[in-house]
Design a protein around this ligand. Sequence first.
Ligand code: SF4
Length: 225
Amino acid sequence: MNQKKFNRTARNYFTLFDTCRNLMPVMSIEGNREITDKRRGKGIYDLLVKNMEEFKKRGLIFGASVTVTKNNFKEVTSQYFLDSLADRGCKAVIFVEYVPVSDESSDLAPTDEEREYLAERILHLRKDHPEMVYISFPGDEKSSGGCVAAGRGFFHINSHGGAEPCPFSPYSDINVRNTSLNEALHSPLFTALQSGDLLSGDHNGGCVLFEKKNEVEALLNSKAV
Ligand code: SF4
């Protein structure tokens, strides 16, 4: 996308959020400039900061989504980083634990000890900074009834329109380009997941569906779906 087209698209999104104030944009940031640009691409950190300033100028609230890896878990839970978001107008931070999708990336996943550090740190942040909402994903599900994927609490739409149970369970049998959201919510895969026992399985703070991805794949490929 050339710069002119990019600027026009960005302006359209600001207008959209300005008009529909029930929508809340959430931007992905991975920590400081170095860490964010390394994961998201050169220049992304500065672009995010520019967007945050524009949201603040327009009086729009926004959130930040942070992928927590074993490399950045201290940086992204540091007071310095969180204050920098709050000063720019951020009202909610979603900590998303990194879930590996290949053997090569498994080293990035936080260990049990690091997840405990994250949980402990979030407890303190909630107590000391009630002005900001802190969400831990999937960590918080442990205390809120287990996996909320596949329309039990939410579902995910990928960049091609495929409705998936969750970003951590990227399987789809229906596309919202061809159906309504209501139909997507009742897709064969979602229906099978909601009526089966996979979502209600024991939750130890990790991702239930990722741990059972073979069963989800089998369900997707079965005649029932
Ligand atoms: S699929 Fe995993 S991350 Fe997604 S809602 Fe279920 S447990 Fe949480």
